[in-house]
Design a protein around this ligand. Structure first.
Ligand code: WT7
Length: 656
């Protein structure tokens, strides 16, 4: 057990919402929360249908609610028609045309503000531009953009014309871009000539060029390039590449939305699984949007005068739901930030909260921990009195970081919502309602109303409170992944395995419920690592390593890390002799860069060990448990009698 989990299980402090917060909250007090849960339990479909009617704007109202006839390919509100971009923009215009939609702060501190009317115009013009290039409903558009107003415009423009976006995080490699283009058969790529992070230029367009040159990308007809920075650009492919500003220049400022069916795909987002190949998580239009709106209202207790700031990149699900869609769907003013928390110094977040009068701040435990390390007293130099609510996402938050966040950032007055969810769930699943639930540091507390989460054993039977088990969702919910792009079989196998009658949605996490029923997430039960809140498949990194001509075999495990949550440790067998000294060090550096090129810098192993072999059972199975112990520097106390070649353990214990 890691020290985090150890300390979490002994955590028993309660932080009830203040009377002042509860009094103004949308859901105030536990009785109100329980009432919503009861409503959902008594009339599940009626509960969701009511919310979908009240909180979304429909072109054509739905008459069907949940359709389970083709389980586990569930369908929600099937015959309803709507448009997500209409819901995020047009419906606000009568009242909110001049309200700020986005306050964008660039890496170097330049601030750009756009109102709802201006954002609507930008989205319409790009949507018309995309149409002029022949993009229509159902076409896939790959978006590879820096954090910017235009990244949101690109996503919203796709939504407006019913095109399916596939956003790839700007830190992913050319190879990753290439694979995602091929898998989704994208017709168009939207990128920027460059992005800027921490004062450094990130050459996105060059990476797209490289990705397209790798072959297999014949589906791509055009590349739209936003000019983010003025500099000497790389090669320009005539007939394929087109500047964003040229594309939109003469486009009309209105664009009739393309009405889509509720379950028509809004986007695909690739995420890591337990095989080497990332999964294309396919989300619906209406169900997904409902999840985004509900959680803006329930979890973030959204109020019209809020200034909302989610620090996630649009390349991740958090940036989809809580940057590109959720805040706009409720008509919020939000901050979008291009840069990194530590540039020009570790006070950047706090300075921005002060300057933009942020009320709701949503970030990841890894960011909190690194900022504590770099300047635990820094927030005190800023006026953070505008804050009223704090959020955490991506991994369990250790109680120490929670308490710091609460005291030092939140001044002891802001509730913390620790939100458990996944790429596949589209929006929050288990999280406190800040005006109702007394929080406990390290617990994501209780499921949102209508989310039937439970902890079960291997046979799918509920476990007693206090006993750990497997986290499942027992009923389909609207914002749930609809399928894996092009791979329905993998969808079934990954999330609705036979062991649970194919009925329960298996999240891939283990969890515990304490005596009061609070949920505590313990971590993944599959071969997926959580590094700085990002999901990485061990198999994906292993495949990247063995693709190197010098590598014969590789095994990757996670090691608990004080800042990143988990770090990547790779055990490598070379085709040639096992190197040592300077030679080994050079090869470690080479393989780290290799993985960065294959996947992206986030997947670089923190530690690489060389051995003549890997510890295997006589039947040839790699003993990962042993490797995890070695990675942690623990002495081997486990039974090694089934091991084929015990001598290699000593080799693997040597650091390079
Ligand atoms: C996995 C999902 C959800 C958006 C960011 C990550 C872990 C996420 C929490 C939390 C404990 C958490 C789980 C989950 N996770 N949030 N509040 N407490 N664990 O999305 O990349 O799809 O990863 O992140 O292990 O399964 P993702």
């Amino acid at each position: 057990m890691s020290s985090t989990i150890e300390s979490v299980l002994h955590e028993n402090r309660h932080f009830p919402p203040s009377a002042e917060f509860a009094a103004k909250a949308r859901v105030s007090g536990m009785e109100a929360y329980h009432a919503l849960c009861r409503q959902a339990a008594e009339d599940y479909e009626g509960f969701w249908a009511g919310l979908a009617r009240e909180r979304l704007s429909w072109k054509r109202p739905f008459t069907q609610v949940l359709d389970e006839s083709n389980a586990p390919f569930y369908s929600w509100f099937a015959d309803g028609e709507l448009n997500v971009s209409y819901n995020c923009l047009d419906r606000h215009l009568p009242e909110l045309a001049n309200k700020l939609a986005i306050i964008f702060e660039s890496d170097n501190g330049t601030v750009t503000r756009v109102t709802y009317a201006e954002l609507h115009r930008k989205v319409c013009q790009l949507a018309n531009g995309l149409k002029s290039l022949g993009i229509t409903k159902g076409d896939r558009v790959l978006v590879y953009m820096p954090m910017s107003i235009e990244a949101v415009v690109a996503m919203q423009a796709c939504a407006r014309i019913g095109a399916i976006h596939s956003v790839v995080f700007g830190g992913f490699s050319a190879k990753s871009v290439n694979e995602r283009i091929i898998d989704a058969k994208a017709r168009l790529v939207i990128t920027a000539n460059s992005g800027v992070r921490g004062g450094k230029i990130v050459a996105l367009k060059d990476t797209v060029d490289e990705a397209l040159a790798m072959g297999g990308c014949e589906s791509v007809e055009r590349v739209v390039v936003f000019k983010r920075v003025l500099h000497e650009d790389g090669p320009w492919t005539l007939g394929r590449d087109i500047w964003w500003h040229d594309l939109v220049a003469k486009q009309p400022e209105v664009c009739e939305p393309t009405w889509v069916l509720a379950d028509d795909p809004l986007f695909i987002l690739y995420t890591s699984g337990s095989t080497g190949k990332p999964k294309g998580v396919q989300h619906s239009s209406a169900g997904y949007l409902l999840g985004a709106v509900n959680s803006m209202l329930w979890t973030f207790d959204y109020k019209p005068d809020d200034v909302f700031w989610c620090t996630a990149d649009v390349g991740w699900i958090t940036g989809h739901t809580y940057v590109a869609y959720g805040p706009l769907a409720v008509g919020a003013t939000q901050v979008i930030f291009e840069g990194v928390p530590t540039y020009p110094d570790a006070g950047r977040f706090w300075k921005m909260i002060e300057e933009h009068r942020v009320t709701t701040f949503y970030t990841a435990p890894t960011a909190i921990r690194s900022l504590i390390k770099l300047g635990g007293e820094l927030p005190k130099q800023y006026n953070l009195s505008s804050l009223r609510l704090l959020g955490s996402v991506g991994e369990p938050i250790n109680p120490e970081a929670w308490i710091w966040y609460h005291e030092v950032v939140g001044g002891g007055r802001c509730p913390i919502v620790d939100t458990w969810w996944q790429t596949e769930t589209g929006g929050h699943m288990i999280t406190p309602l800040p005006g109702a639930v007394a929080t406990k540091p390290g617990s994501c507390t209780f499921p949102l109303p209508g989310i039937m989460a439970d902890v079960v054993d291997e046979a799918g039977e509920p476990v007693e409170l206090g006993k750990g088990g497997i986290l499942v969702i027992k009923r389909p919910f609207p914002s749930q992944v609809r399928t894996l792009w092009g791979d329905p079989e993998r969808f079934k196998k990954s999330y609705f395995p036979e062991e649970f009658n194919g009925k329960y949605y298996l999240a891939g996490d283990s969890a515990n419920r304490d005596a009061e029923g609070y949920f505590w997430i313990m971590g993944r039960i599959d071969d997926v690592l959580n590094v700085s809140g990002h999901r990485l498949g061990t198999m994906e990194i292993e495949s990247a390593l063995v693709a190197n001509p010098q590598v014969a075999e590789a095994a990757v495990v996670g090691r608990p890390d004080a800042i990143k949550g988990e770090s990547v440790v790779a055990f490598v067998v070379l085709k040639g002799a096992r190197p040592s000294g300077a030679e080994a060090k050079a090869l470690v550096a080479e393989l780290r860069d290799w993985v960065a090129k294959e996947i992206g810098a986030i997947a670089k192993p923190d530690d690489i060990r060389f051995g003549d072999n890997l510890p295997k059972t006589r039947s040839g199975k790699i003993m990962r448990r042993l490797l995890r112990a070695i990675a942690k520097g623990e002495s081997i106390t486990q039974d090694t009698s089934t091991l084929e070649n015990p001598a290699i353990l000593t080799q693997l214990q040597e650091a390079n």
